[in-house]
Design a binder for this molecule. Structure first.
Ligand code: OAD
Length: 244
């Protein structure tokens, strides 16, 4: 007789696990009021994220790209971590080997208290010089255009991994290690269409992990994972991790 895993079984498995890896996307921040990228509320002045978050877009019209990031920074500045972010902080504290890989650039995971994490797409609260490559935190609201480097005449850009750019090698290495090493991978609120994160589910599965997806709806990851739960991250994550 085949046995279908329930949320209680997954809870038990997490309870006993020594290594858990979590991958998050914009869906976890949606419950804090941050628009997702591919949802209808994610459009800004009718541009899609792909049309603004790229080196080409920045080379063509840096002012426009900064206007978009200023809009997102103003918006994110008013938002707080939600119960899902908080549940992951508690999980990190009780699991021997825990790693959080987030595609989110809003900084809500570190704000909630997550420490064992890679922000693989960067952080909206950091800027980087396009000439000397130095980067540092910046919370100016708005960031007045054109922002110029403190060390050279270079124009500053958001410290974010744009479409067509590579992830930082140390983030990739740490993420692959966490995916290959984990007993359980939780995938929370990502559409699963942006690489390399879109390839993380099969990597963890090949390594023998139980892979569980939490999302409002089915995604391209769904056929690969062992189990999908549908609902809002702020409800499902605390329920699964027993923090409610
Ligand atoms: P997307 O906007 O592509 O997908 C958001 C996912 O979250 C969708 O699958 C939704 O169904 C799901 N979702 C929405 N609300 C939810 C909720 N309350 N609870 C649970 N799930 C919910 O965002 P990402 O997958 O994160 O890159 O996108 C990946 C990358 O593409 C982003 O990091 C960003 C973007 O362009 C950069 O900023 C560089």
């Amino acid at each position: 007789m085949s046995h279908t895993l329930t949320i209680l079984d997954v809870r038990d498995r997490i309870h006993q696990a020594r290594s858990v890896t979590v991958l998050t996307g914009a869906g976890i921040s949606a419950d804090s009021g941050v628009p997702t990228f591919r949802g209808t509320d994610g459009l800004w002045k009718n541009y899609r994220a792909e049309e603004l978050a790229s080196p080409d877009a920045f080379a063509r019209d840096p002012k426009l790209v900064w206007e978009w990031y200023n809009w997102r920074r103003e918006l994110v500045a008013t938002k707080r971590p939600n119960a899902a972010h908080e549940a992951l902080v508690k999980l990190e504290q009780r699991i021997e080997r825990f790693w959080l890989i987030t595609q989110n650039v809003d900084g809500l995971h570190p704000l909630a208290g997550s420490q064992q994490l890679s922000e693989i797409h960067g952080n909206i609260w950091k800027v980087r010089c396009t000439q000397c490559e130095r980067f540092w935190p910046n919370r100016d609201l708005p960031l007045v255009y054109p922002p110029i480097c403190a060390h050279c005449p270079g124009l500053l850009r958001p410290h974010i991994v744009w479409f067509g750019e590579s992830l930082a090698p140390e983030d990739l290495t740490r993420s692959y290690q966490a995916l290959q090493d984990c007993e359980i991978l939780l995938i929370i609120g990502t559409s699963g269409v942006v690489y390399p994160a879109a390839s993380f589910a099969p990597i963890a599965k090949d390594g023998g992990a139980l892979v569980v997806e939490l999302n409002l709806e089915p995604t391209p990851n769904s056929p690969v994972v062992d189990l999908s739960f549908h609902g809002r991250a702020k409800d499902l994550v605390p329920l699964l991790l027993q923090t409610v």
